[in-house]
Design a protein around this ligand. Structure first.
Ligand code: SAH
Length: 228
């Protein structure tokens, strides 16, 4: 897929260099690194910022939103390690890049985004890679997506003031959920596990900065819509 017709040969060298940079940062799981080779990140970015696609950095994708840093997404995947049986709920489709990475390993990915234009753009990129096990929804992801619940994995890519009860209720047992929790400026990345009806939480990284999760069980979108 990585070198298929939708890919652009000019980017292949850059992509290999990104993978080398990620290895240098201690990411050693070969299967995980291979996923990054299989998903051309430039396809998920607006034309004007495509030259930044293979830097290990967050990239502005418009509407006040950012595509997360690749090595951070690798960290997400290493904690969630979806398998082909898993149903994954993703809140904050954004560029759709993590959606694609998840779709390569998971059974099915359900992804909710509040900005319609981003969801449409993500759909276009996912279609180019013929990833057919992805369902996208435009709406407030803080209320989850009841229709396909429960989910073995829930991942939230925007900063939440707490662990939304709505999402916890849609988590399968056993199941795991990853989300940044904290203030609008600084968050801890929290891994929540549900097992035999018990919920446990563990902070897996501190001092993170994600765009705010805006909505009913997130931050109030009337105060600072779409800002970070
Ligand atoms: N993994 C994505 C991250 C995008 S940033 C990527 O790498 O591209 C987080 C996204 O969450 C933004 O696109 C933002 O619009 C979205 N978001 C914020 N609040 C949301 C909500 N309540 N429901 C759905 N999406 C939300």
């Amino acid at each position: 897929m990585g070198s298929g017709p939708v890919d652009d040969p000019r980017y292949i060298g850059y992509r290999r260099r990104l993978i080398e940079a990620m290895r240098a940062k201690g990411i050693s799981d070969l299967e995980l690194l291979q996923r990054f080779d299989q998903v051309p990140r430039h396809l998920f970015l607006p034309e004007g910022v495509r030259h930044m696609a293979y830097e290990d950095a967050p990239v502005a994708i418009g509407y006040g939103q950012t595509a997360s840093q690749p090595s951070l997404q690798a960290f997400f995947l290493s904690l969630l390690h979806p398998n082909s049986e898993d149903r994954v709920l993703e809140i904050g489709t954004g560029s759709g890049f993590l959606t694609a990475l998840l779709a390569l390993s998971a059974g099915r990915v359900y992804s909710v985004e509040r900005v319609r234009e981003l969801s449409i753009r993500a759909r276009r990129a996912l279609d180019q890679l013929a990833l057919t096990n992805v369902a996208l929804l435009v709406g407030d992801g803080t209320i989850g997506w009841r229709r396909y619940a429960p989910y073995e994995i829930i991942v939230v890519s925007a900063a939440s003031p707490g662990v939304p009860e709505t999402l916890l209720a849609q988590l399968a047992d056993p199941g795991r959920m990853l989300l940044p929790v904290g203030t609008r400026d600084r968050q801890d990345l929290i891994l929540v596990r549900k097992e035999d009806g018990e919920i446990t939480q563990e902070s897996v990284r501190d001092q993170c900065t994600f765009v705010p999760l805006l909505g009913s069980f997130g931050w109030d979108e009337r105060t600072q819509p779409g800002t970070r």
